[in-house]
Design a binder for this molecule. Structure first.
Ligand code: 4AD
Ligand code: MG
Length: 463
């Protein structure tokens, strides 16, 4: 089937026979002329099809309803109407798929909640088309950035026997008959007859294996799905999300923060340079300050703020009458309301928060000399909160082992990780960017369920 994509038709000079194929966005008819707005997903823009109804079968014209799929052959001509440079003067229309009035996406202005329930069809709407094209562009930006900066794309396993974040939020992977489990005399499940011969789960992060890559190849990044069985029903959490995890040998905390900032700005600039039409649509329909906010991030130098100073700022704000739902004393994990206060109200720009209390961070982070804090470097963003979680890694075998023991971690599944510190250990650092949180920021959407085609959340695995 030979067709020209609508994005190319709209950029073409008038003249010549063309074929367009796509889904009908709207069809207005009158005695003398019919106008069909056709979209094929290649761009947010529709091509206008003009048809003389007396030259087409009456039933065919009736069947060209919103959502129907058609092929149009005709002349590409200069458009007399405003709003488009060219349009198709139709000579032949083929109806591929009818679409009756039960089609859930035919009405404009439906709620996002309604569209989530019809996620299999929402991709055909303007908003979701725009989001998915931006999502694609962000993936290309990420690969381009790392490739151009000499990072190797490194594939870490999705099925694992270790818990990187140590939070226990993992989905088990098993081929065992769950109705007939073999147990030892204490009632614990025996896994030696399971597929892998031990208990395994879907990974929460590729970092630990990423460190093996970085301490051999110098600089690597991962880009893949990660899974978290946290029961967090928030607009920022998914049970299955995509994460980008660069890991670099010979990086200290400043190098790491420089990379975090440069990388995010590159992605945002890529969106502004490559997704103009879709961003303009979202700016008009979803969030009137979107483009301004994206441009703003490029101009700002991110604030670099030690956790302890952040707590002082929050405490000052409370003294002046600011109310928070959750406490924020030294040692507390900041809630998103605290992060957003610092970013949106206090500094009014992105913040890289550093040097967190070790009790609220993972075992692998580099310990500071104060004995209390660790070299984390999380990036906090306006309207998102935490977009990046990063840290310098503890490279000393003794210190890392002491921390593992202090946390009473089971080292059975970590021996290979600990070996990196035993032989040729090196200073290194890395971070994880939540892909959907980046897409939230770049699109101005409010709910993370609306920036991934088919979201996985507690109680929802449909589609
Ligand atoms: O802060 P996190 O848990 O860090 C790690 O997993 C490290 N191992 C990363 C590293 O240093 N290589 O997660 C990293 C990022 C968060 O900042 C957030 O953007 C995103 O992943 N994220 C989620 N996104 C959507 N849904 C969830 N449930 C998420 N949990 C984390
Ligand atoms: Mg984190």
């Amino acid at each position: 089937m030979k067709r020209t994509k609508i994005i190319d038709l709209l950029a073409a000079q008038p003249g010549g026979e063309v074929t367009a194929m796509g889904w009908v966005r709207s069809h207005r008819g009158s005695k003398n002329v019919d106008f069909i707005a056709l979209n094929d997903g290649s761009t947010i823009k529709n091509i206008q099809v003009v048809a003389d109804p007396t030259k087409f079968d009456e039933q065919l014209m009736k069947d060209i309803t919103t959502g129907a799929c058609i092929a149009v052959e005709g002349q590409l001509v200069e458009s007399v109407g405003s709003g488009q440079a060219v349009e198709i003067q139709a000579t032949k229309i083929t109806l591929y798929g009818m679409c009756d009035n039960t089609y859930p996406m035919q009405k404009k202005g439906q709620s996002f909640e309604f569209m989530r329930q019809h996620a299999h069809m929402r991709l055909r709407t303007n908003t979701f088309g725009a989001i998915m094209r931006i999502r694609h562009n962000m993936a290309i930006a990420i690969h381009t950035y790392f490739h151009e900066h000499g990072f190797f794309y490194f594939h870490t396993p999705l099925i694992t026997a270790s818990d990187c974040e140590g939070a226990g939020n993992m989905f088990q992977v098993t081929t065992k008959n769950l109705y007939d489990l073999k147990r030892d005399k204490d009632g614990k499940i025996i896994y030696d007859d399971d597929f892998f011969g031990e208990q395994t789960s879907l990974t929460v992060s590729g970092q630990l294996e990423g460190e093996l890559g970085a301490t051999a190849l110098g600089q690597i990044y991962t880009f893949g799905p990660t899974f978290r069985a946290e029961n967090s029903n928030t607009p920022r959490h998914l049970a299955e999300f995509w994460m980008i995890e660069p890991e670099m040998a010979f990086y200290d905390k400043d190098d790491l923060m420089d990379l975090e900032e440069d990388f995010i700005k590159y992605c945002v600039k890529w969106a502004l340079d490559n997704c103009k039409d879709d961003l303009e649509f979202l700016n008009k329909m979803i969030d009137k300050t979107l483009i301004e906010r994206l441009e703003g991030v490029l101009k700002e130098t991110f604030v670099r703020l030690p956790y302890t100073e952040g707590i002082n700022i929050l405490q000052e704000a409370i003294k002046k009458g600011k109310k928070f739902e959750f406490p924020c004393n030294w040692g507390d994990d900041l809630a998103s309301e605290h992060e957003r206060y610092l970013v949106e109200e206090h500094f009014k720009k992105p913040v890289i928060m550093t040097d967190y209390p070790k009790e609220i961070k993972s075992f692998y982070m580099k310990q500071n000399a104060d004995g209390k804090t660790m070299q984390g470097t999380d990036v906090l963003f306006p309207s998102i909160g935490e977009i990046i979680g990063g840290s310098v890694r503890e490279e000393s075998y003794e210190k890392l082992m002491a921390e593992v023991e202090r946390r009473q971690m089971d080292t059975t599944h970590l021996w290979w990780y600990l070996d990196t510190r035993r032989w040729g250990s090196c200073p290194h650092a890395g971070f994880g960017l939540g892909f959907e949180r980046l897409i939230l920021f770049v699109t101005g959407m409010q709910n993370i369920r609306d920036v991934i085609p088919f979201p996985r959340t507690p109680g929802n695995a449909a589609f």
